[in-house]
Design a protein around this ligand. Structure first.
Ligand SMILES: C[S@@+](CC[C@H](N)C(=O)[O-])C[C@H]1O[C@@H](n2cnc3c(N)ncnc32)[C@H](O)[C@@H]1O
Length: 217
């Protein structure tokens, strides 16, 4: 992975992003699906939710977090760019408590007014020109005062600003410093109310797990 050329157009990047994830899943290279630390974010969200809630799992992947939330009594919509075979078993087991949508969250027809949105590893792969509209979209899908649980890549050292990296297939990964993460979220209407820093299966970054409450505007 190297630092990047971010001049690629957003429209071209949409296909690169979807194609990248499609390949990684079909070739079973989705290491994040096996990362136990990642499974702590839905539990952190559950602890912050007062009662059984309607949750949107953005970038649901194989539905691992969706299942954790279902087991804790929540009703979940999982959305992802890639239609994964794992969804069928979950839909069969959980009936009306769960639904899956294969679409870009930016463009999908969703009812909104969710109590919470979980973004466990999707936001930091978006095109930088889309950060604001993407977070605005998540904000708009939440009830007033709703919660966002988000995982970001955190710089492993404090040696400088977070960088944008590009994988050989063109997929971006943005790392943040803690200050950049806080600033990005507050600027887009989210107030962090809880956080945890966790090791990652690949040590070039750590995970920053944040629970945020929507603010006005
Ligand atoms: C790193 S994976 C994490 C998957 C899952 N949350 C987990 O923790 O196992 C990121 C996921 O986000 C999905 N994704 C990325 N951008 C998306 C978008 N704009 N709309 C919907 N899903 C998206 C990808 O297809 C991928 O499955």
């Amino acid at each position: 992975m190297s630092t990047t050329d971010e001049n690629i157009a957003v429209a071209d990047y949409d296909e690169i992003l979807a194609g990248s994830f499609r390949s990684w899943y079909s070739e079973r290279r989705d290491s994040w699906s096996h990362d136990e630390q990642s499974r702590r974010l839905p539990l952190m969200l559950h602890d912050a939710l007062a009662s059984p809630s309607r949750v949107l799992d953005v970038g649901a992947g194989r539905g691992l977090d969706t299942e954790i939330l279902l087991r804790h009594g929540h009703t979940v919509t999982g959305i992802d760019l890639v239609d994964l075979p794992d969804w069928k078993d979950l839909a069969r087991s959980w009936g009306t408590k769960v639904e899956f949508v294969c679409a870009d969250v930016a463009a999908a027809d969703l009812p909104g007014a969710y109590d919470a949105v979980l973004d466990n590893g999707s936001f930091h792969h978006q095109h930088p020109d889309r950060y604001e509209s993407y977070l605005g979209r998540l904000h708009g899908l939440l009830k007033p005062g709703g919660l966002l649980a988000i995982c970001l890549f955190l710089r492993a050292d404090d040696a400088g600003p977070g960088m944008l990296h590009t994988a050989p297939d063109g997929r971006f990964s943005r790392e943040f410093t803690a200050e950049e993460a806080d600033d990005t979220l507050r600027t887009n209407g989210f107030e962090p109310i809880g956080s945890a820093v966790l090791p990652r299966h690949r040590p070039q970054w750590r995970y920053l797990h944040l629970i945020c409450r929507t603010t006005e505007g």
